[in-house]
Design a protein around this ligand. Structure first.
Ligand SMILES: [Zn+2]
Length: 395
């Protein structure tokens, strides 16, 4: 628990006149209370000790951004409900404090805070925004301009509350590197297009920065002569595993390695009919006891002598690489009471073969793993014979 002086907050003078609508980049320490509209980037709730009587008080603090700047805020006695990052808030009157030489917002008992719409955020002329490279982006970054090329883009259905929505996900690149993006608006992006993007913001996703384009973002096609060529596909050069297993992972890498084993759960699994989770003993962690639907997966360990990566293969990839179908695996499972038998059988078919895989590399406490967007034999030819093996069925 920390102690902070509260006297200043308590003794604030009554505001005179209407607070002025102010962009975050125009905040001035010592000016009269203002009105702001901004998006919540991060928020942390904690309790602090009151200096006067040692009583406790709750505060919510974090970062707010409105596209012109990102600033710290402190909200005294906030509502008990959680507020999701990304929510746009309008707050009035808000006092401006100084914290380590920078302006900080303070929401006190007089401040009215209400949800607001994206459209109420300030409109910022693009030429006012600094040009950033993808390598410079950090979670919470906002108020920048990007000039990038679309490397990959694909639609994806997601569930937001009770609603199904189509979003677009993909990868952008420039001379500095790569960044994943999610777009909540269909900008009709195509691979190879060069874009100037403003009004986007950055969040953290799987320990890496991810660019978010929503209704506020604006996308303009440009010539892009300074950008990597349209044909260039990032992350296609095979890299030694030992060289890329640093913290944070990478958006796209290409690896080659020999299959040295599988990790559980591999083989035939049963998923919840209502969500993608796999069942344990017929039970979904979210939905309880359910009738599972069968699926195939393999968590294949590839080793190239410098390191090892667990490559997660989904059903279509398992079927293509092993030559076995889900129906065949179900038949095999009926003939073999050991639940792990299918996993061993499929892994036997891949064991010792060399594969090339490309996709996002994730590094966490469990090691390095990839959900490959592409996977196939590393060297067409010698290893192909293994594809012709049939199930070894017991008599
Ligand atoms: Zn479920």
């Amino acid at each position: 628990m920390e102690s902070v002086p509260l006297e200043a907050e308590m003794d604030s003078p009554e505001p005179t006149g209407l607070p002025t609508e102010t962009r975050l980049k125009d905040l001035r320490v010592g000016s009269a209370p203002v009105a702001i509209t901004a998006r919540l980037v991060t928020a942390q709730r904690r309790e602090i000790a009151r200096k006067s009587d040692g009583g406790r008080r709750t505060i919510l603090s974090g970062l707010l951004t409105d596209g012109t700047a990102t600033v710290r805020f402190t909200w005294w006695d906030p509502p008990a409900e959680e507020i999701d990052p990304g929510t746009v808030l309008r707050a009035v009157p808000v006092e401006i404090r100084e914290y380590r030489g920078r302006a900080e917002l303070s929401f006190g008992w007089r401040t009215r805070v209400a949800p607001a719409s994206e459209h109420e955020l300030p409109v910022v002329p693009p030429e006012e925004l600094p040009l950033r490279s993808l390598r410079e982006l950090r979670a919470g970054s906002d108020g920048f301009r990007l000039e990038v090329r679309v490397a990959e883009v694909a639609p994806k259905m997601v569930t937001v509350g009770t609603e199904r929505r189509e979003i677009h996900e993909g990868l952008l690149h420039d001379r500095s590197g790569l960044a994943a993006f999610t777009s909540w608006t269909d900008f009709r992006l195509r691979p190879g297009e060069a874009l100037r993007i403003t009004g986007a913001y950055v969040r953290e996703f799987r320990a890496r920065p991810q660019l978010v384009l929503d209704q506020r973002a604006s996308v303009e096609r440009i010539a892009g002569t300074e950008l990597p060529a349209a044909e260039e596909r990032p992350g296609t050069t095979v890299e030694p595993m030992g060289a890329i297993l640093g913290p944070g992972g990478r958006e796209r890498v290409t690896l080659e390695g020999r299959a040295v084993g599988v990790q559980p759960p591999s083989g035939l699994i049963f998923r919840c009919p209502s969500c993608p989770k796999s069942l344990r003993g017929g039970v979904c962690p979210t939905h309880g006891a359910v009738e599972g639907r069968p699926d195939l997966r393999l968590r294949l360990i590839l080793d190239d002598g410098t390191g090892a990566v667990t490559v997660n293969l989904e059903r279509a990839q398992v079927e293509r690489l092993t030559g076995e179908t889900l129906a065949g695996a179900l038949q095999f499972a009926r003939e073999h009471p050991d639940p792990a038998a299918v996993g061993y059988e499929l892994s036997d078919r891949l064991f010792g073969r060399r594969f090339r895989a490309r996709g996002p590399l994730r590094i966490d406490d469990f090691g390095a793993s990839m959900y490959p967007t592409e996977i196939g034999p590393a060297e067409p030819g010698p290893d192909r014979a293994a594809l012709d093996l049939r199930w070894r069925r017991s008599p």
